[in-house]
Design a protein around this ligand. Structure first.
Ligand code: TRP
Length: 360
């Protein structure tokens, strides 16, 4: 699916998209106005600094550039690779508070949850008819996710969730999907579904447009143990951590035995990661930060990173705490977003049933 040729093509489309998004030329305004971002998170736990640097911040930028944005709290996707929903209500509130604290404006961005938009979920049925079992089994991201569950059996939902993700994207005609490279197979799947739907069920009419990935240019942040940063591994710095908790977590971060701090991502990934975090929050260059620390060693590096995170997130954390103190408000934001998403989804499903001859 994501072989080299399609990766190159996806990159090229992503570059073109970014140009259009950044363009202020009046001639680009109509095409720019047709852009709609769809993106989201699984509410499996608290959002962390990796989310912040990697996705949350750039979503706020897209919104502030005037790009219409749909932001999904992917609650059904929580149970793709685990048996329990965990503290779903708490996690949803936390994600909502982080979105708003980071600058997502619910008046401009539609925040909604999977489970609250039945018509979007119903697209799953026609869409499933458009993919083969072999295609589903070939998806490299699904394979990796299964492998990460330590011997768990493949569930029907894990196997088919890329199709469900196509529902997320296509119900609202999202055509810009900001993702990391690991999500490209899912975007490709959504493109295939859009194409096949139009051909098979709509006589070639463009009921769905093929979405495009907007590949992130933010560097990947790893966890404090050097592995992939993930809520379930406990190697994250949650956005909602206090300044003291942040200091404690970062003091335990893995580094190496060399005293002098240098930015060498290949040879010294853990040190480079901490420098990348500091640079991400201060807007500086990781090489310069390394140079400044020099022989002061890992202790000083951790102090610098802690200060960068805590200084930059102080306002975010204060707003987050305020928002969490008012769960009624948070739920009203979600309900309003759900309502808007339902209007769009109902219209799309009606169109789908119409072209399929299913309106009775
Ligand atoms: N799979 C994404 C994640 O794990 C969340 C998600 C669900 C998503 N549906 C989506 C992202 C549609 C982009 C488009 O973070």
């Amino acid at each position: 699916m994501t072989n080299n040729a399609s990766l190159t093509a996806a990159r090229r489309r992503s570059d073109r998209l970014r140009q259009l998004i950044d363009s202020t030329a009046p001639a680009d305004a109509p095409a720019r106005g047709r852009l709609r971002v769809l993106t989201g998170d699984r509410p499996t736990g608290a959002l962390h600094i990796g989310h912040y640097l990697g996705t949350v911040r750039s979503r706020v930028e897209l919104q502030d550039k005037g790009i219409d944005t749909f932001l999904l709290i992917a609650d059904y996707q929580v149970i793709t690779d685990r048996d329990s929903l965990g503290d779903l209500q708490g996690n949803v509130r936390g994600v909502l508070a982080d979105y708003l604290a980071a600058g997502i404006d619910p008046a401009r961005t539609t925040i909604f949850a999977h489970s609250a938009v039945p018509a979007a979920n119903q697209l799953m049925l026609p869409f499933l008819s458009l993919v083969t079992e072999a295609e589903l089994h070939r998806n490299p991201t699904v394979k990796d996710e299964l492998a990460a569950t330590d011997g768990r059996a493949m569930s029907g939902l894990l196997l088919t969730y890329p199709v469900h993700q196509a529902c997320d994207i296509l119900f609202c005609h999202g055509n810009v999907v900001p993702v990391g490279q690991d999500q490209l197979p899912h975007i490709e799947q959504a493109r295939v579904i859009a194409r096949r739907f139009n051909e098979r069920y709509a006589g070639g009419e463009q009921v769905f447009t093929e979405p495009e990935a907007l590949l992130t240019d933010a560097p990947m942040i790893t966890g404090t143990d050097g592995r992939k940063m993930s809520k379930s591994r406990g190697n994250t710095v949650p956005l909602g951590a206090t300044a003291d908790e942040t200091a404690k977590i970062l003091r335990r971060a893995v580094t190496d035995a060399e005293r002098r701090i240098t930015f060498e991502p290949e040879r010294r990934p853990e040190v480079a990661n901490l420098l990348t975090v500091a640079a991400g929050f201060t807007g500086g260059d990781p090489r310069d930060i390394a140079e400044e620390i020099g022989d002061a060693g890992a202790g000083e590096l951790k102090r610098v990173v802690t200060e960068a995170v805590n200084d930059h997130l102080a306002g975010h954390r204060a707003r987050r705490a305020e928002l969490l103190a008012d769960p009624g408000y948070l739920m009203s934001v979600l309900r309003e977003g759900n309502e808007r998403a339902n209007e769009v989804a109902d219209a799309t499903l009606t169109r789908v049933r119409e072209v399929m001859g299913m309106l009775y």
